[in-house]
Design a protein around this ligand. Structure first.
Ligand code: UT7
Length: 325
């Protein structure tokens, strides 16, 4: 008996032109390239230009993904955007992207799970495709975190950057084994007891302002590795796979030390880990599709490869996905 799977047809990304290096940050606040590299692995981040919005970044990433897939945008009937930095409180930024792509049918909506947003969006699109409700989906992660940073707070402003990435998924009939192409499993978790450890101090219902990012970095760090490895173990158990089966590990890019510790705990060798945090910083929901696009452009991820995704962020939210490319 066949099953419906969400198969990846293509991926793409977009980074704003302006690069902000650690050295430049060190001229503005009390920090150093050495501290940032040693504690996080970050060397630079991209910053959106004035007047360049999350929807602009997301649209460019979507166009790159559609080009990579070689398909007509009109064949897309679902757009799910993971973002915590929408253009406006409403309408959804995905609707602006849909309109910019000239698509006026199907559905488009935003999804907010902070740094786990891309995997939450992927799981949502996957469920809609497998149910038969839609046929082809764009799953996008796009962020302009530079707009919600307090640029005088050295504990947060050195960590984040702007960018966008996207993948195109298509519902296809597959054999129903681990050798299938497409999304094999997704696992989503949340625990609101941690909501004040990483948050933005504003919003429409509370302050009627946008607010700035605040983080108890050490607390987030303390929970990250355990949560990440737990939800990856869920993915292995659901599919009967193990770390030895993984071709590429594409983690959320928040901190190289968290990525290294998670890979070590899971016995995933460093050659299989896709690392972009050095170039992009933490781009929240955009970090995984950005890393996927970089890995593809570097000739790493190939058709048939088993790709493991994970993310952890504000909420806390955390998630994993296994995809056969
Ligand atoms: O994507 C969502 C998930 N987010 C994360 O995964 C982030 C998780 N947390 C982290 O990545 C790390 O906790 C940080 C990179 C944010 C911080 O690294 P840390 O090793 O946990 O440092 P810390 O917060 O314990 O701070 C150590 C010291 C402090 O000084 P004292 O109190 O020891 O005198 C800080 O004030 O480093 C100081 N510090 C800085 N120094 C130079 C904090 N930020 C900076 C800075 N430059 N930018």
């Amino acid at each position: 008996m066949t099953v419906t799977r969400s198969v990846v047809l293509g991926c793409g990304s977009y980074l704003p032109k302006q690069i902000l290096t650690n050295a430049e940050l060190a001229t503005r606040i009390d920090t150093s390239d050495e501290w940032i590299v040693q504690r996080t692995g970050i060397r630079q981040r991209h910053i959106a230009a004035p007047g360049e919005y999350t929807s602009d970044l997301g649209t460019k990433a979507a166009i790159a993904a559609l080009d990579d897939a070689g398909i007509d945008p009109q064949s897309i009937d679902l757009i799910v955007l993971g973002t915590s930095t929408p253009d406006n409180t409403f309408p959804a930024t995905s609707v602006a992207i849909q309109n910019a792509l000239g698509i006026h049918h199907g559905a488009a909506f935003d999804l907010q799970a902070v740094c786990s947003g891309f995997i939450f969006a992927l799981a949502t699109a996957d469920n809609f495709l497998r149910s038969g409700a839609f046929k082809r989906a764009l799953v996008i992660g796009a962020e302009t975190f530079s707009r919600i940073l307090d640029w005088n707070d050295r504990t947060t402003c050195v960590l984040f950057g702007d960018g966008a990435g996207a993948i195109v998924l298509e519902a296809q009939e597959q054999a129903g084994t681990n050798a299938d192409s497409g999304v094999l499993t997704t696992h989503l978790r949340s625990d609101g007891r941690h909501k004040s450890k990483l948050y933005v101090d504003g919003g429409p219902s509370t302050t009627q302002t946008v607010g700035h990012v605040h983080m108890e970095g050490r607390e987030v760090f303390k929970h990250a590795v355990g949560m990440i490895t737990d939800v990856i173990t869920d993915a292995f158990e659901a599919t009967g796979t193990s770390a030895a089966d993984i071709d590429w590990f594409v983690p959320h890019q928040a901190n190289k030390r968290i990525i290294d510790a998670s890979a070590n705990k899971l016995h995933i060798p460093s050659e299989k880990v896709v690392l972009t945090v050095d170039r992009h910083g933490n781009t929240s929901a955009a970090s995984i599709p950005l890393a996927l696009a970089v890995a593809r452009s570097e000739g790493k991820i190939k058709k048939g490869d088993l790709v493991l995704l994970e993310a952890m962020g504000g909420g806390f939210t955390w998630a994993s996905a296994l995809i056969r490319w």
